[in-house]
Write a protein that binds this ligand. Structure first.
Ligand SMILES: [Zn+2]
Ligand SMILES: [Zn+2]
Length: 251
C-alpha cells in the first residue's frame, strides 16, 4: 500500500481512473493500526495480515493495489470465491486500472465463467483459467466490428472450449463450441448499437447460463444490476439498454 491518503480529493472517478489518494475502493481515508490483523482483499479475496484499511473497512492487498487489468482478471478469478459471474465481473471492473471499454473484456468473460463454475463445485484447474485469459488476449479490440464477432461472445466460446478440451480435429466439440458462440453472438447482434463492453459482457454471461448448465450441470446465478457508468459512455444507448436504471425488465 502507498502512503496514507488524507482525504478524498473529488467525487468518484470514472472507470479506469483510480482514486489518487486514500482507499482504492472508495477514496476514503486510510487508518493504520499498531498491530497486524487478518483482512480479506476487496478484489481477490485473499486474506493477509495488515495494519492498513480504510475507515469503511476496505482492504486491498499489495498485489491488487498495483496490478494492471489483466493481472486483476487472473488474480481475482484464480483466488476469488464468488459464484455469480455478473457480481465477479463487477468486482473486476470496479478496479481502478480496468477500462470502461477494451479487449480486456475478451479475457474477463471466459475467466469469470470458469472461476464461478469452479466456485460452484465444477472441476476447473488454475491452468484452465490462465489458458482462457491467454486465449482471450488473442481477440483484438474492436473485433465486434472489425472481425464480425464480439469478443464477449467469443469469450463464452473460449470458456466452453477450455472446459471441454475442444480441438479443431474434434468435430463434436468444435461444433458445440461454435453453436454456443453463435447463440451468444446472436443476442449481442440483436442490438443496433455501438459497442458497450459492460452491456455486451452482461448479455454474454446471461446468455451463457443455459448452455453452461447443459455442459456442466451447474446453473450459474446471474445477478441483476443497473448501469452506473452511462455518464462516462458517450455511445450509451440509454433506455434501449437492458441495464438502463429505469428499465425494470433488465433482461
Ligand atoms: Zn474504502
Ligand atoms: Zn488482492
Amino acid at each position: 500500500m502507498e502512503g496514507p491518503g488524507k482525504s478524498r480529493e473529488s467525487g468518484r472517478p470514472g472507470q479506469g481512473e483510480p482514486y489518487r489518494a486514500g482507499c482504492m475502493v472508495c477514496g476514503a481515508e486510510l487508518v493504520y493500526s499498531g498491530t497486524d490483523q487478518d483482512e480479506t482483499c476487496h478484489y481477490c479475496g485473499r486474506v493477509t495480515a495488515t495494519s492498513t484499511r480504510c475507515v469503511n473497512g476496505h482492504f486491498v492487498c499489495n498485489f491488487c493495489h498495483s496490478a494492471d487489468a489483466l493481472e486483476i482478471i487472473k488474480t481475482v478469478c484464480l483466488h476469488g470465491r464468488q459464484t455469480d459471474p455478473v457480481a465477479l465481473m463487477r468486482t473486476i471492473r470496479s478496479h481502478g486500472q480496468f477500462p470502461l471499454h477494451g479487449p480486456e473484456h475478451h479475457c474477463l468473460v471466459p475467466a469469470v465463467i470458469l472461476s464461478t463454475l469452479r466456485n460452484s463445485g465444477h472441476p476447473v484447474t488454475d491452468s484452465q483459467i490462465v489458458t482462457a485469459v491467454k486465449r482471450g488476449q488473442t481477440v483484438t479490440g474492436g473485433s465486434c466490428a472489425f472481425l464480425g464477432a464480439c469478443g464477449a461472445a467469443i469469450g463464452v466460446g473460449i470458456a466452453v472450449s477450455v472446459l471441454t478440451g475442444a480441438t479443431p480435429y474434434d468435430g463434436d466439440k468444435r461444433q458445440a463450441v461454435q453453436r454456443i458462440t453463435q447463440a451468444v453472438l446472436g443476442k449481442i447482434a440483436s442490438y443496433d448499437a455501438p459497442r458497450c463492453c459492460q452491456r455486451d459482457c452482461w448479455l454474454a454471461l446471461k446468455e451463457a447460463v443455459e448452455p453452461l448448465r447443459e455442459q456442466t450441470g451447474i446453473s450459474l446465478a446471474v445477478s441483476r444490476f443497473t448501469c452506473e457508468q452511462f455518464d462516462e459512455n458517450k455511445e450509451c444507448i440509454h433506455d434501449r439498454c437492458p441495464l438502463w436504471p429505469s428499465n425494470p425488465s433488465n433482461t
